[in-house]
Design a protein around this ligand. Sequence first.
Ligand SMILES: C[S@@+](CC[C@H](N)C(=O)[O-])C[C@H]1O[C@@H](n2cnc3c(N)ncnc32)[C@H](O)[C@@H]1O
Length: 244
Amino acid sequence: MRVDILTLFPEMFPPVLDHSIVGRARKKGLLQVCCHQLRQFSPDPRGRVDDTVFGGGQGMLLAAEPFARGIDEICAHLGWKPHILYMSPRGKVLDQEAARRLARQPGLLILCGHYEGVDQRLLEEYQAEEISVGDFVLTGGELPAMIVTDAVSRMLPGVLSEEACFTEESHYSGLLEYPQYTRPEVWRGRPVPPVLLSGHHENIRRWRRAQALAVTRKNRPDLWERFNITKEDREILEKLEDFT
Ligand SMILES: C[S@@+](CC[C@H](N)C(=O)[O-])C[C@H]1O[C@@H](n2cnc3c(N)ncnc32)[C@H](O)[C@@H]1O
């Protein structure tokens, strides 16, 4: 997959996207990330990209034209049109399903807003999909663009060693993940739940399922309400105490 990012701050990206799993995916050629400085596409000789807001109000707005020129140039260079995202607190909040959907695209072109955002006409002209990373306001779209790139890239075939790495994780199937433990067996007087040391695979599976159900019900009533609980899940949940 190829990810192009149009931003006022391309230098923010390498410290995050050059490392760890995403960095390795890039080195292996599974993911290509290209950050472009928005100012280089400004029609203004001094590289100005913002202006005041029509109708009055606080702050500056990013103009449509520098983004439009950047998008056109990137598409011309590629010879095809990637799926265009605009990072925005007004967008649909990113979830695992959206990350999975975006990972099926051959390419993403991510537009990072700043100041008050961007001229609405740009979003309409290019039918950009607005994506939010949560119900709060950040100073710019750079961190959200990194979050989208990270979440999407770990869904790409070959990026994680086994598909189970993400299919068993929080949010993949609508539940949060069960708690996990490593050595030592007792840490500061806290023992690992005995079922996990029993070697009994079916009991371990049922215990983990019960924990995932319980933590989702407790921490995320919104997810719990949408979750289609099965008869087996209900039984597992009721017997939770038996396994601990
Ligand atoms: C200060 S914000 C602009 C907020 C905008 N005036 C509003 O009220 O919706 C500047 C930029 O940061 C990015 N941004 C801020 N919060 C975000 C969020 N929760 N998710 C995605 N992008 C966000 C967007 O690109 C946005 O254009």
